[in-house]
Design a protein around this ligand. Structure first.
Ligand SMILES: [Zn+2]
Length: 223
């Protein structure tokens, strides 16, 4: 018997947990398995519940680690649609099934299959839900604005936030820092021309800023 002091979970940095998640995912993948709350226990160095508690939920932890979510429970239809929209925008055209298994997608095609009874059905439901919505990411021409009529909300939808963060390479446009290099750095999506001054919630008017740079701007408010 060895008398070893067990490491206190609260002393572990978030990044260590995320790194271990990524390592566990790779290890499981090499044996054809997927990283889930249950399978992590077999190969991870920490407990699945510790990780879930630290990041608010298991799915949040996977998202923070940049991994595809394999557990489809607890994922709302809205979240699946937002993810599909993000991939559609990122690709610039209708995604195919295998597009869902790589970044920026967070949910695998199989999740859509089982939730909607097939990939084709998922696409149909998505298009029906969003056919009234037109997203123009490259321009906000007067014509386009007229067509949309109603001003977009101040809060960018999840998919647009992801799009802006990804476009800016997950770095603050002010100081250049990223969560990868600075632990605990929070990135926010900021209106370049403030929303309060008529700035639109479109990709061309949005930029990635860290918490500090965003607060330091004075005239503009977060989001
Ligand atoms: Zn910054």
């Amino acid at each position: 018997m060895k008398f070893e002091l067990r490491k206190f979970n609260r002393d572990i940095m978030d990044q260590e947990l995320l790194d271990d998640l990524a390592a566990a995912s790779r290890q499981l993948q090499s044996t054809g398995k997927k990283l889930t709350f249950r399978s992590y226990r077999e190969v991870g160095n920490y407990s699945s519940s510790t990780i879930a508690a630290r990041f608010g939920s298991w799915n949040n932890a996977l998202k923070k680690a940049g991994l595809i979510l394999n557990e489809e429970k607890d994922v709302s239809i809205d979240e699946l649609f937002d993810n599909l929209k993000l991939v559609w925008i990122a690709k610039g055209k209708q995604p195919v099934y295998r597009d869902m298994s790589c970044p920026p997608s967070k949910y695998a095609g199989s999740t859509y299959n089982s939730r909607f009874g097939g990939w084709r059905n998922a696409l149909k439901k998505f298009v029906t839900a969003f056919e009234h919505e037109s997203i123009n990411l490259t321009s906000s021409t007067r014509e386009n604005r007229k067509r949309i009529q109603k001003r977009a909300s101040r809060n960018p939808p999840l998919s647009l936030r992801f799009f802006v963060l990804k476009r800016d390479n997950f770095r603050c446009n002010g100081c250049g820092r990223s969560p990868a290099s600075t632990s605990g750095l929070e990135l926010e999506v900021d209106h370049i021309q403030p929303w309060s001054k008529g700035g639109d919630t479109v990709a061309t008017n949005l930029q990635t800023l860290c918490f500090d740079c965003n607060r330091g701007k004075g005239a503009s408010l977060p989001f």
